[in-house]
Design a protein around this ligand. Structure first.
Ligand code: CP3
Length: 352
């Protein structure tokens, strides 16, 4: 099966010869070539320069023999054209000034913002030329709620009390922010599809902070709105990722997307059962496996494939992004085993 056809079939719960495999954050610091590139340019420059973004994207393609490429960028990039300054240092991302009250939200201007992200669309065009039809290319965005967490906290914080305070004390300001971000995310993903990506993923990395009732108020409706915008304008499959969100699984059924990507805490067969198999599923080998032995990787990948079974609608991935302490040989082994064991599963009914 051709890689693009295989990926799209898996998203649409159609039969495949084997489940496709890719790795979240597959181009990054665990790679020597990426670290080398980073000695010459900053992370923001990397994201802003199509030539570098293409180079970073292609590192994972060339080194891992992966089944899908993902545009090298960051979920925080589209916050810049709405009026926030984004930067990354050793401690992670910084968003300034943090959004704390209604007046701060009112100052943000979403209209036409995605027109200022031409360098992302250019990178997409350039990556597609390099891929030359070999692999599907994924675009992505943060969920409105997860972007709001970064905008409000001003970066990565431990207790996330600034977003909590907004939920408790200024929900109208938060709703206005989420509404603006949902327009931003919808328009941004449509623009990425128009520029050439074959599928898109929305990262709700911090949705799991919320109770189900809160998630239904502060995340679900805004992600739904962004997804409906994508659905209305394109037929690209939509993947939704959530971290530490087993308690949200019953509500995730209401997402108008093709694929639910979840972390490692619950077997995908169980997620599938609880969600009534209305979606395809992506995941969900625990990320620390990329620091372990080849034997352990072998077992973990086979277990994940065997658990899902010879059922249409599985994209093999980690439960969260690959980390800087991962091993490139481990990542290569992960991909190779996923391909071999996945083909065995589909040919014989067992991945073991
Ligand atoms: O998957 C890919 O290869 C595409 C690139 C990609 C990056 N970030 C590159 C990156 C993607 C899809 C993301 C998504 C992203 N960014 C998420 C959602 C996924 C998740 O991990 O939950 C989030 C929450 C962010 C925000 C972000 N970006 C943080 C918190 C950090 C700092 C922590 C860290 O891992 O360094 C980043 C920086 C970042 N984004 C790096 C990369 C390669 C490292 C920057 C560096 O080179 O120093």
């Amino acid at each position: 099966m051709h890689a693009i056809e295989r990926f799209l079939a898996a998203c649409r719960r159609q039969p495949v010869d084997r489940p496709p495999v890719w790795i979240m954050r597959q181009a990054g610091r665990y790679m020597e070539s990426y670290r080398e590139l980073k000695t010459r340019v900053s992370f923001m420059e990397l994201c802003r320069t199509p030539q570098y973004a293409t180079e970073a994207t292609m590192m994972a393609v060339d080194q891992l023999d992966i089944d899908a490429a993902i545009v090298f960028s960051d979920i925080l990039i589209p916050l810049e054209p709405i009026g926030l300054k984004v930067d990354f240092d050793d401690r992670g991302p910084r968003v300034e000034p943090p959004v704390r009250c209604l007046a701060d939200v009112e100052r943000l201007n979403v209209n036409g913002a995605t027109d200022h992200l031409g360098y992302v669309y250019e990178a997409i065009g350039q990556i597609q030329r390099e891929l030359d039809g070999r692999l599907p290319l994924l675009g992505f965005a943060g969920s409105p709620f997860t972007l709001a967490v970064y905008a409000i906290e001003g970066g990565t914080t431990r207790n996330k009390h600034a977003i909590r305070r907004m939920i408790y004390d200024a929900p109208e300001a938060l709703h206005l922010l989420l509404s603006k971000l949902s327009d931003l995310v919808g328009a941004y993903l449509v623009a990425q599809v128009k520029a050439g990506v074959n599928a898109v993923q929305i990262f709700d990395t911090w949705g799991g902070l919320l109770t189900e009732a809160e998630w239904r108020v502060f995340s679900l409706p805004y992600t739904q709105r962004a997804m409906r915008t994508v659905r209305a304008a394109t037929d690209a499959p939509i993947i939704h990722y959530a971290l530490e969100a087993s308690h949200l699984v019953p509500a995730m059924v209401e997402l108008p997307c093709d694929v639910l990507s979840v972390d490692w805490r619950e077997p995908l067969s169980s997620v599938r059962k609880r969600t009534g198999y209305l979606h395809a599923y992506q995941g969900n080998v625990e990320s620390g496996i990329m620091t372990a032995s080849h034997g352990a990787i072998d077992r973990a990948v086979r277990e994940c494939l065997e658990d899902f079974g010879r059922v249409p609608g599985h994209i093999l991935n980690l439960g969260h992004g690959i980390t800087p302490d991962a091993n490139v040989a481990a990542a290569k082994h992960f991909v190779a085993v996923a391909k071999e064991a996945g083909a065995k599963l589909w040919a014989t009914g067992s991945a073991l």
